[in-house]
Design a protein around this ligand. Structure first.
Ligand code: GDP
Ligand code: CA
Length: 328
């Protein structure tokens, strides 16, 4: 079975790790890999050049999580990380003083920047970097083009998403999100094929605006999902009216979508009505929302959505796959 997941960083990474675990449970004989294949189409809107290096936070969150090299407690970056190089950069006044890059993490950024400067596209750089870890999942950046998310804040000024998110902790009221040069961008090689050839497409429980929204903003990707022959199942990133981890509510507010599982489903829309979803998983605590979502033409099921550990993430993946197969 070919499964394609559209994903942001942390929420998506946990979901994909659970999915890989679930598939290994189903096919324990596949010697560490799986007879199924998982492709992740990953948001690149958070990417940026900093201190001469190309940073790709969502690709790296997924890579480290799948590699088992992530800092589980902190929720991002590498385990056993030190920050000596960043301290030196800050002393030189290079980079952003409020943005620290770990030493091990810098190794990834240097490798990526080396490949990019050698003339390779991001997709090829990603494939070379991920090869080290034997992830069992193909990571596809949504685009090879530099389509960075800018946030227009209330006073009309614009800043890079990373500055709004990390420096201001999303506390400055956002008016809108803009993707630089998006109309000239193209999906990276393999992205449209991964969507068109999939047996199941899953929208991970990721930020609907600045993760899934930015992926869908690359010309051709939304259309490919809408037209795909595979069933499309989404997992709500919202549980009982809150965002679980992070500050995605500030993003939803800016685009006028309430922070509820039902409102996000309505925002994605039913495929039968030109939207994206055939089915939508909500948390058990949101079971009340099921009839209204089904009334939109989206099949909805309430299951536990908290990804507390590998087992709960794998169970969620199992629920997403069953719903897809029941829908398709
Ligand atoms: P980011 O790029 O690191 O912000 O990560 P994503 O875009 O992939 O996901 C962020 C979103 O994941 C958060 O806003 C949460 O709403 C959602 N999320 C995080 N943990 C969980 C979880 O355990 N269950 C569910 N359903 N959603 C989660
Ligand atoms: Ca992100």
């Amino acid at each position: 079975m070919k499964i394609t997941v559209l994903s942001g960083g942390v929420g998506g990474a946990r979901f994909i790790r659970g999915l890989r675990h679930r598939l290994r449970q189903v096919h324990p004989d596949s010697a560490g890999g799986t007879v199924d294949s998982i492709s992740a189409v990953v948001n690149t809107g958070d990417d940026m050049w900093l201190a001469g290096l190309r940073i790709a936070p969502d690709l790296d969150s997924i890579m480290y999580t799948l590699a088992g090299a992530n800092d589980e407690e902190r929720g991002w970056g590498r385990i056993g990380e030190t920050e000596r190089v960043s301290a030196e950069l800050h002393a030189y006044g290079v980079g952003w003083p409020w943005f620290t890059l770990g030493d091990l993490d810098l190794g990834t950024h240097i490798a990526r920047s080396y490949y990019l400067r050698s003339g390779l596209p991001l997709s090829e750089a990603t494939s070379r970097i991920t090869a080290r870890w034997n992830l069992g999942v193909t990571l596809l950046p949504a685009t090879d083009d530099e389509v960075e998310t800018q946030v227009v804040v209330d006073d009309g000024s614009t800043m890079h998403f990373q500055e709004w998110w990390t420096k201001h902790r999303a506390a400055l009221k956002a008016r809108s999100f803009v993707q630089d040069n998006v109309s000239d961008s193209r999906p990276a090689p393999g992205v449209i094929e991964a969507i068109t050839d999939a047996d199941v497409i899953i929208l991970a429980p990721s930020n609907p605006v600045v993760s899934i929204g930015t992926i869908l903003g690359i010309p051709g990707i939304r259309d490919a999902v809408v037209r795909a022959s595979a069933p499309v199942v989404g997992v709500s990133p919202i549980i009982a009216g809150s965002v679980v981890r992070g500050m995605a509510d500030a993003c939803l507010e800016a685009i006028g979508v309430a922070t509820t599982a039902g409102a996000v489903a309505a925002h994605y829309g039913a495929r039968s009505n030109g939207g994206l979803l055939d089915a939508w998983l909500v948390d058990e605590s949101d079971a009340d929302a099921v009839p209204a979502i089904e009334a939109l033409g989206i099949r909805a099921v309430a299951v536990p959505l908290w990804m507390r550990d590998l087992e709960t993430s794998a169970q969620l993946a199992r629920d997403a796959l069953s719903l897809a197969l029941a829908t398709g």
